[in-house]
Write a protein that binds this ligand. Structure first.
Ligand code: ZN
Length: 68
């Protein structure tokens, strides 16, 4: 069996492993209440909800149009 001539550096080893670690494509998670793209296990930045409950109330910068 051929053997590697030199040891791979720690950074090279890390690069190889990190390429498998990265999530490919778009964010896999979506907010259940507003549907925005949210990273998994994170509170939604749009509506501040997590697992269907509002954890962090949203900051309202603009006044919403009230519809009846
Ligand atoms: Zn949301």
């Amino acid at each position: 069996m051929p053997q590697p001539k030199k040891r791979h550096s720690n950074s090279r080893q890390g690069k190889r492993r990190f390429s498998n670690y990265r999530v490919k494509g778009k964010t896999p998670g979506r907010c259940t209440s507003c549907g925005a793209a949210v990273a998994p296990h994170r509170v939604c930045p749009e509506c501040g909800s997590y697992k269907g409950k509002v954890v962090k109330p949203k900051k309202e910068k603009k006044a919403k149009k009230e519809q009846e």
